[in-house]
Design a protein around this ligand. Sequence first.
Ligand code: B12
Ligand code: SF4
Length: 517
Amino acid sequence: MRVHLINPSDDSFGTGVITPRWLYVLAAATPSHYGDAVITDETLEALDPTKIKPGDVVGIGIHTGNALRGFKVGKEARARGAWVVYGGIHASLYPEEVFEYGEAHAAVKGDGDLIWSKVIADCVAGNPDKIYDGGRVSGEEFLAARWDLMPEKAYMWASVQTVRGCPKHCSFCSVWRTDGQKPRQRGSEKIIGEIVELRRLGYRFIALADDNFYPVTLTDIVLAERQNNMARVEELTRLRAERFDLMEQMSQLPKDLVFFTQITMEAAEDIEFLKAMKKARICGALVGVEAVTPEGLKAVFKDFNASGDALAKQLQTFREHGVHVLGSFIFGLPTDRAETFQATADLAKQANITFAQFVMMTPFPGTIDFQKWEQRLGDDVERVDGIPITRYWLIPHHRRPKMFIPHPTMSSEELRVRTQGVWDNFYSMKEVWKRSACATSPKARLAFIFTSKLYRQMYANTGITTDSARRKTATRWARVIAKACRRLFVAEPMPDLQLPPMSKTRAAAAGTLVEIR
Ligand code: B12
Ligand code: SF4
């Protein structure tokens, strides 16, 4: 009997940008007496169903965007006599769906780190529960990923998680509701251990798969002090100190490592933090800008963000301190007007951001936006092939509407065309060339240009295009660029790389396991 872990995807690019971390974490949670888990990431290549045999246990991780493909994979696996188990954010939010559409034996809600071994054992015993609740495991219990199982020459970036959960409450995001508002920070030693293992294998680009790398702001601490809540001040100060400790340890790793994370804009006010990031070689961060106007920010409960010139200045602050920004903007907010698109494109340039993504407002389940939308539509909801649009992920891609919340002044097509226009503008060769001047060597400049084009190809062209022919062409192009691009990201493996001395001392003191497999 084998354990399979499958990351479903409709598009396979041959090469992946970032490793889907859950695959390698669940592989680590698979007890060794079952042998190594067989991993299939369909963003690389589609599943070969003949690998699945009767009695095998198949774990499928789904988010809303790939749920439909996941259900198809589950049906195939069950038809081959396997035990089918779903997990991931979408299965956590809609466990009933995996039975109705994906022929599941079981669904796992929440984190899989601790519960997965029990799920496998129950399947092997022929008696799995229908629903398992993995809960929210503590930072100390997060498992280190099985990087030794990663296929060779497959990904550009590896991914390591340092914190789960986010104290904010943005209306379009489910993280604070599913992962909680209490940051669950992982101990530095384990993080450093994983990074060292990855560098030994030749990975020098590492994405920190965090919800928010800056979970404690200076304002949070000041507010707790004003409320005279000393226990809270102590807790926040400790969490902040742990961040600095981690960054200090990261700074002692090989100089060619490059990290990327996700962070809120408030970090721009914390120069000490930005300096520590630079020293730790956290060279880039996805910053949720969302909207460039105060009305737009209010609409998404993100009024802690600045707008206009203040926004441009805040974004420039990251760059001035050596942190490149991947700005994330949302279009389709009720406050958007025709001129918002040009204003956003202008601001992205004025703010000197290095990469940008322009996404169409999508109500993701588990969010406040989704809840309001569903309530507003009630039973009077539009259907496509009998499926209500409030379950849009169940509608096949080619039939799925691209916009769900009607805009007060613009049609969906107008929003789509204008959004595409901003992508085209920001990623035109002229603009990419100009931005590539930040690269420090010809090779780095080439990597920058390839990455920019690839990013646009993977996210803009496959995400927004309406017809499947354009989508297929975009995928073919992305395959070609991705292969070439990956070569620019790899480094010579460093099999003998040791943990930084400080880690060793601390690990010994804490009795923590740091020796890498
Ligand atoms: C890092 C990250 C990214 C990175 C890297 C993605 C990658 N290749 O790994 C980037 C920036 C590229 C990205 C892109 C996007 N992302 Co993203 N991302 C994340 C983030 C912050 C962390 C994911 C992660 O690696 N966590 C670490 C692993 C270990 O945790 P995990 O995946 O949750 O898995 C655990 C459990 O869920 C469970 N589990 C998972 N699968 C399975 C399977 C089985 C069988 C079992 C038993 C258990 C189990 O066990 C695991 C271990 O505990 C999450 C936020 C979050 N809290 O999940 C958002 C998140 C997953 N992303 C989200 C979104 C919307 C996107 C985009 C669509 C954004 C956009 N508009 O372009 C794209 C889509 C990309 C794609 N096609 O996959 C949403 C998904 C919402 C939803 N309902 O589906 C999330 C939840 C954030 C949010 N704002 O709400 N993302
Ligand atoms: S969008 Fe970012 S800042 Fe807002 S709740 Fe989600 S993770 Fe936190």
